[in-house]
Design a protein around this ligand. Structure first.
Ligand SMILES: C[S@@+](CC[C@H](N)C(=O)[O-])C[C@H]1O[C@@H](n2cnc3c(N)ncnc32)[C@H](O)[C@@H]1O
Ligand code: SF4
Length: 333
């Protein structure tokens, strides 16, 4: 699938729930904590059908996300089906990490079960190494579980584990070097993400926003000039750099300040309530659940996908006073 601006769509991010066991300030507004009723959420059967159709249209990479995807009952059953879909080569999962260490059977952690089920790469959110600050950001005192979850993921032997840290002034600007050292000690890829205005609550303003440019400058004042690695890509929008004198790579996701951010976009999003979104930072979303539940044929659903791709904007609206209609937790980050 290719849109009118030359974006080739090969990556579908699939949110399987709007629910979460954390309450991150930048993702989930405190005043709005209602979950979708179950009947408004795609069943696994419906989700798998849409993923299969996307794969037939050229999607080769899937990332399961949420909300917190590991809070959805039966998540492993869904994931076990994914490797059977022809054309899917890369199955990833984004998680807050809190449930990775949980035992799903005797002496089998969730992380291990996910790896066995076919998950190749895992992204774990970790904004800080400070337990107290972690609790302030996420509204939950689950930092020790996340650290154990990261260890469980390492033990499980995923092909790739990435750590994602959202940059916030007053919260984690002092954590850049500690997080880099934490990732280095475990041989993990760390990415710093600019906060995006994707919650209905005002959490993003000039006072708490840290650009990736500033973060890079701070890191360079510690390590020296970072070396750009244009050839290294992980299918996402990050720009990667090598730390001088080390094998270590770190990434920056500068949705707000990088004017070329959207040029290589290869993504579509499917929300848990069956909306196809051609862009995270745009109001556009198209209800594919309706035709799906009305008995549409595979061909009709394929045409729906192609139509959505055709409407993919050239770039996101974040810089133009974007006011989200949905909170991030209900889009699927
Ligand atoms: C919405 S979460 C869903 C998966 C999982 N619950 C987690 O926390 O990783 C996916 C990613 O989006 C990021 N995120 C959420 N709100 C954001 C915002 N306003 N700006 C930038 N990143 C955000 C989170 O930090 C996380 O890395
Ligand atoms: S960022 Fe992830 S962990 Fe935090 S509230 Fe959103 S979905 Fe939950």
């Amino acid at each position: 699938m290719q849109d009118r601006y030359g974006h080739r769509i090969s990556y579908l991010r699939v949110s399987i729930t709007d629910r979460c066991n954390e309450r991150c300030t930048y993702c989930m507004p405190h005043e709005l904590q209602e979950w979708l009723p179950r009947e408004e959420v795609l069943t696994f059967e419906e989700t798998l059908r849409l993923i299969r159709i996307a794969a037939e249209l050229g999607v080769s990479k899937i990332r399961i996300t949420g909300g917190e995807p590991l809070t959805r009952r039966g998540v492993l059953e869904l994931i076990r089906e994914l490797p059977r879909i022809p054309g899917l080569h890369d199955i990833g999962l984004s998680t807050n990490g809190t449930l990775l260490v949980r035992e799903v059977e005797t002496r089998v952690t969730m992380a291990q079960a996910l790896q066995t089920a076919g998950v190749r790469s895992v992204n774990v959110s970790l904004d800080t190494l400070d337990r107290q600050v972690y609790s302030q950001i996420t509204g939950r005192d689950l930092h020790p579980q996340v650290l154990e979850g990261i260890d469980a993921a390492i033990t499980a032997g995923f092909h790739q584990i990435k750590l994602n840290a959202v940059l916030m002034r007053g919260r984690n600007e002092d954590q850049l070097i500690p997080l880099i050292e934490f990732a280095a000690a475990r041989n993990l890829i760390l990415r710093f993400i600019e906060m995006m205005p994707v919650t209905t609550r005002k959490v993003l303003d000039e006072e708490n926003f840290i650009s990736t440019i500033e973060a890079k400058r701070r890191i360079e004042s510690h390590f020296g000039s970072l070396m750009l690695e244009p050839a290294f890509r992980t299918n996402g929008p990050a720009t990667y750099y090598q730390i001088p004198g080390r094998e270590q790579r770190i990434g920056f996701i500068g949705a707000m300040t990088n004017l070329h951010f959207c040029e290589s976009c290869n993504k579509l999003r499917l929300t848990c309530d069956g909306k196809l979104r051609p862009c995270l930072g745009s109001y556009l979303e198209f209800d594919i659940m309706k035709p799906l539940r009305a008995g549409a044929s595979d061909q009709e659903l394929k045409d729906f996908f192609l139509d959505v791709v055709d409407r993919k904007p050239e770039q996101h609206d974040f810089r133009d006073n974007y006011k989200p209609g949905r909170k991030m937790i209900a889009i699927g980050g």
